[in-house]
Write a protein that binds this ligand. Sequence first.
Ligand code: ATP
Ligand code: MG
Length: 232
Amino acid sequence: MRKTAVSSTGTQTALEFGSIRYAIGDRTLFDGLALRLGAGESVAVMGPSGSGKSTLISCALGLVRPEGAVRVAGADISGMRPRELVRHRAAHVGVVFQFGELLPELTPVENVALAALLAGGTRKHAYQRAEELLSELGISGLEVATGSLSGGERQRTAVARALVNKPALVLADEPTGALDEANRDSVADLLFAVPQRWRCGLLVVTHDAQVAARADRLLRLTDGGLHPGSSV
Ligand SMILES: Nc1ncnc2c1ncn2[C@@H]1O[C@H](COP(=O)(O)OP(=O)(O)OP(=O)(O)O)[C@@H](O)[C@H]1O
Ligand SMILES: [Mg+2]
């Protein structure tokens, strides 16, 4: 059963950075950075190139280990052993990257089902869930290699893959960065509908002010911390 932290307001915590600190070389990227992201909520993080946005995503994935607590779906991942971390991540976290990183030779259904199979699902259930999700996201029937899809179709498939294991937390790093305006808008529509529809937390890092403006909260990463921001 999923372990969840429940705040005083009753919402479940999808992601929490206690007060994290992380330095690369002589540069301190995070210095007491704190964030709490609840189930059903979206947060966008903007910040200059090199400010540490992708590194923050890596912290939530447990790939970078800062000082301080990082809680995902209620469990502190900072002290987890690698195998436990991999299991926890597969069960609770979905990720969307800039170029819809999928296996190009597989079809969309196969790509999405693969993520469910890797998390331990049965073949029948994995394919069934993949087909349902793709259909819900308006991209069913694409029985061609994912590599031949448009950027927008690939990103929709990537969103489906991120959701297939019913994650508590979805992380997106520049999810619309490679798309034209029309595709950007439709992928952003899809993505920001996710928290309410699937009751998970969504953390999006982006350079695109129009994408960021759709989040429930917009934060800026500056001086090693997250600060309330506006999209302009
Ligand atoms: N493995 C690493 N070794 C050394 N420096 C690194 C490493 N990973 C990231 N950095 C540095 O950490 C800083 C933050 O990088 P990060 O990729 O998180 O920035 P970002 O905000 O995502 O930038 P962008 O908007 O360009 O994607 C950069 O100065 C980068 O060069
Ligand atoms: Mg980045």
